[in-house]
Design a protein around this ligand. Sequence first.
Ligand SMILES: [Zn+2]
Ligand SMILES: [Zn+2]
Ligand SMILES: [Zn+2]
Length: 427
Amino acid sequence: MKKSFAIKIASILLSGMCVFQLAACETEGDSSSDGSESGVVHTHTLSYQAAQAATCDKDGHISYWLCGDCGKAFEDENGKKELDASKIKNEEALGHILEQKAEQIPTCSNVGWAAYEYCTREGCTYTTYQQQDALFHNFVNGECTNCDATSYSQGLSFKLNSEKTGYKLVGSGTCEDTCVVIPSEYNGLPVTEIEEIWCQGIKKIVVPKSVQIIKREAFQLTWTLEEIVLPFLGYSRTNLEPISYYFGFIFGYEKYEGKIGEEVPKGVRQYRDNQSVSYYYKIPENLKRVTITEDPTDASEKLNSCSMLECIQFDCPVQDFGTNFKCAVSISDVKTWCEGKYFAGEDRTKITELLINGERVTNLVIPEGTKKIKEGAFFSCKYVETLTIPDSVYTVERKAFYGGNTLKTVNYSRTLSSEVWVVKPSL
Ligand SMILES: [Zn+2]
Ligand SMILES: [Zn+2]
Ligand SMILES: [Zn+2]
């Protein structure tokens, strides 16, 4: 009962705001437009139109009565005195007062917009603003390429070191990630050491730059590993003894009694052979990609005989590289690479594919300011079709582009000797 009463009240209020008036269009006055021709008498349905001041985009007008059916306007509520449209309008639309707003590029946490304009007149909502959604995080090795956000693995086990200056990773804890991204900080202190990590079915491990030491066999149970990101190769940044800085050290190694080359122990992926004793390193069978993010010192020596790798990526400048393996190499700093130290020869470095920041290079542009391209720098480098060498380069050493038989065009103002390549491009 209460409800229906309320509805009645509401409808009375509504009708008060917009008064409707039915006015019969009798035969008197202008009967022609009222449908008398067809014999039907039109009855105006009049509603009151209150006077309006002009706005940005609407003309101002006096108050009048309007028939919603025939569209005629009247001075009076009975629809007797018709009003001419020109007499209703009493003020031109004012037009917007426009201001410009500069564009805002969207970020991972904030929406953005293209440059737009809007009206500053009070009460006007005109704008050409169009919101651009916030971006999604794009996590690469635990860090978003668009913002400062990180996505580290959760649930790993850490232990405070004896000096209480940092943490060491001692186990996988409850982490079940297949891509384990080790945080660089734990409980406000840096993670400086990897003692052990193993997660079921782990495919990728990212070790942060804060880590100084990776223990022997730290990754010994990561049989399914396909990719690893390391700040350096081997046991520690300050190499203590040669054996501990072989790449395979972190996966575990053993003395090898047999003769290398004759009998190959199962699972062996890297050898270290010296006069008195041989070692083998137990690198996971599926490991194809190694990325070094900070210290590439002795990379050539440490990665010696790692022929299982398909790509070595340097996310840091590298100057010394190159014995005895054949795989794709991704570099980030071409100038440093050109001026580095390489070994060219039959059993030496063979770059099967050159990548710059992970992208295959077909058009190699040596950066301006490079002075020298060292011997063997791009030895056996496939897929490069166009080579551009700036005038700043005054020496191109022998075999710099040896075997680069995919080259079609070389842009260089000086003359290159035939020692630079074995197969000369057909220029
Ligand atoms: Zn009417
Ligand atoms: Zn406006
Ligand atoms: Zn982000």
